[in-house]
Design a protein around this ligand. Sequence first.
Ligand code: NI
Length: 175
Amino acid sequence: MALRDIIILPDKRLRVVSAPIEAVTPAIRRLADDMLETMYEAPGIGLAGIQVAEPLRIVTMDLARKEDEDSAPNPRVFINPEIVARSDELSVYEEGCLSIPEYYGEVERPARVRVRYLDLDGKPHEEDAEGLFATCIQHEIDHLDGVLFVDYLSKLKRDRVLKKFAKAAKRAAAE
Ligand code: NI
């Protein structure tokens, strides 16, 4: 396993549409391990391949400690995840993102979704998600399509955060 660098705004790669994974090879399993290690180290609860500069449709997640501090880790990997059904009911959650550090905003999304994905053996699954799981899997699948949670905020808020990160990148480059 190895730690990977997480790319952050305004890195244009965050807007790339990631490619489907055609076969779950040992290289894909290694990528999943690296992503989990990187996610735990950050620390974060979800990570998409493109966030470690791999434009492939893969997501890692662990909600266990977020939901109950004392629970054991529950690392999860979703390959080619897609939402196949959404509830009409919406819910609001304050989201953050490892690629937009220290920024949070309230996003409204379907409260429940059904997600289809492959596991690390290439086996297909369908699973119903609600609560934090529903929010997180939608946020991560958005990454695979080049969409960020700030895209759901008002134009004013979005422009403000994009500007802030663009300025910070400029400052860092000048140093
Ligand atoms: Ni994110």
